[in-house]
Design a protein around this ligand. Structure first.
Ligand code: UT7
Length: 320
């Protein structure tokens, strides 16, 4: 059985932080941030947790799908900024939206997390185990940031996006995915997990850290490569694709991918100017905008692609 996206939603903190505001926090400028990344502002949580934002997105997605929460059999949350290691964010969402019939767990694949989570939901549905799944990307990256590091603090934002995926022969999703653990050091967040009884190692002060140029080079090579693989695998002509919905990390990465694929930039929607890099949330937030504006309709073909920490990457061709 194949599957379709039948509902979308998003959950964004209300508080907007502009580039000008950040230039009062670190030695940066609106001009530098806009030129190097395309970001103008981002949303930063003032107390909303990852599960709060994820639940908000989930409720909207259910409403737009016209479904009740008890019809959901599977909740997957892609995040590297869970409220807690235990319980999972997916279980917290389950409790909040009262999806009592769902199996729930989190997926940790940084900015590729949503693509991986969608592929898991699709595989479960394809195998006949479940018919209705809620797939969410949600982050409160602001809590992982060193607010004295201008190299990272200007890039990220908080938010969540969700889709409802339903078994349906008229839809189709094809995935190409990969990981390279040998390059994991390029983008790290260790969190507060070290408190060793025997060595007294106790690290409570870890922040996100990134070799920006290494990740940039990886992204502009790997994303077009995996998309090209996708078109060979599906035998679909690239010109049939209406939109390429890339992880919203950097406008220059997106434009470089467009150039490499010889596709017009207009086919690559961008909202990172408003939200910054929201990691696993960026693709579903973008999809929510496109679905709400009726820019994606039944019969359309579009591509999603994520890349980032791990290192990880993935792309999907979605035939609606
Ligand atoms: O979502 C996960 C995937 N992540 C990504 O895809 C991120 C990929 N990387 C990037 O998007 C870019 O590498 C960045 C936006 C992070 C950085 O842009 P860049 O053009 O690679 O800049 P850079 O790191 O080479 O830094 C250039 C200069 C340096 O100064 P010097 O050494 O030339 O004097 C930095 O210190 O810019 C300086 N700089 C800044 N200046 C003002 C770095 N951050 C800032 C800043 N404001 N916020």
């Amino acid at each position: 059985m194949a599957a379709r996206i039948i509902g979308t939603g998003s959950g964004l903190p209300e508080h907007i932080v502009t580039n000008d505001y950040l230039s009062t926090v670190v030695d940066t400028s609106d001009e530098w941030i806009r030129e190097r990344t395309g970001i103008r502002e981002r949303r930063i949580s003032k107390g909303e947790t990852t599960s709060d934002l994820a639940s908000k997105a989930a409720k909207q997605a259910l409403e737009s799908a016209g479904m009740s929460s008890d019809q959901i059999e599977l909740i997957l949350v892609a995040t590297f900024t869970a409220d807690s290691h235990m319980p999972s964010t997916a279980c917290l969402v389950q409790q909040e939206i009262k999806a009592t019939n769902a199996v729930c767990f989190d997926i940790s694949a940084a900015c590729t997390g949503f693509v991986y989570a969608l592929s898991c939901a699709y595989a479960y549905i394809h195998a006949g185990m479940y018919k209705n799944a809620l797939v969410i990307g949600a982050e409160t990256i602001s809590k992982t940031i060193d607010w004295t590091d201008r190299g990272t603090c200007v890039l990220f934002g908080d938010g969540a996006g969700a889709v409802v995926v339903q078994a349906d022969e008229s839809g189709k999703m094809t995935f190409v995915q990969g990981s390279d653990g040998s390059k994991g050091r390029a983008l790290t967040y260790y969190g507060k997990s070290m408190n060793n009884l025997l060595t007294s190692l106790n690290d409570n002060n870890s922040y996100i850290s990134m070799d920006g140029q290494e990740v940039f080079k990886f992204a502009v090579k790997k994303v077009p490569e995996c998309m090209e693989e996708l078109f060979v695998k599906t035998n679909v002509d690239i010109d049939e694709v209406k939109y390429f919905c890339l992880h919203q990390a950097n406008k220059r990465i997106i434009h470089s991918v467009a150039k490499r694929l010889k596709q017009p930039e207009e086919k690559f929607p961008i909202n990172l100017d408003k939200y910054g890099n929201t990691s696993a949330a960026s693709i579903p937030i973008l999809l929510d905008e496109l679905y709400k504006d009726n820019r994606i309709q039944k019969g359309d073909k579009f591509v999603i692609s994520g890349f980032g920490g791990g290192l990880t990457w993935g792309a999907a061709l979605i035939e609606c």
